[in-house]
Design a protein around this ligand. Sequence first.
Ligand code: ZN
Length: 202
Amino acid sequence: MAVLWNRHRFSGGLLILDATNTVVLRGDAARSFDRFGDAGEIARFASVASVMRSTELGGRALSFEPSGGAVRQVMDMREAADRLFRSAASSGELRVADLSAVLRRCGACLDGADEAVGGQGRPFGNPARPMRLEAALAVSALGLLAGDVWRKIRICANCNWLFVDRSRNGSRLWCDMAVCGNRRKARRHYARKVAERELEDG
Ligand SMILES: [Zn+2]
């Protein structure tokens, strides 16, 4: 079934984290699945991310040519980033072995690109033409590492996604209050009702 690439799927707050969140329920072997399992979905992710992440991308659109090599690069980049940023979110430190893997992946994704990034108002380079998704994932990951923003990465208490917590007191629990926050509340409410009923019946 085609994925509905709605706003919720872009709760990570940055392109590289949105990419890590394309694996649903990570760590839950029975229920986990990969939205990038179909390469066509990677291309659709790239085109919707162009809009959802327009500010980060400096208005540059993303493109994706689903060749075997490109699919592998996206997957390798995504998995290396997830390992590094997930452990950073729980420990507050960057594991050097994971950092090294991410940097290698970034190098591979950027290899052969004859262009410049980081210009004034052009963080991802010239917005006049699209950028390959692989290269954009690398620039997003490097941007996250360049400053202190990686310290604000959190793991959603409901769905395990990674997101940047930009709240003032840094206490956000959910990737998306409207989805995960409410689901959690509904589950607590249901559990309380069941407990009450058991008390009444007992
Ligand atoms: Zn969540």
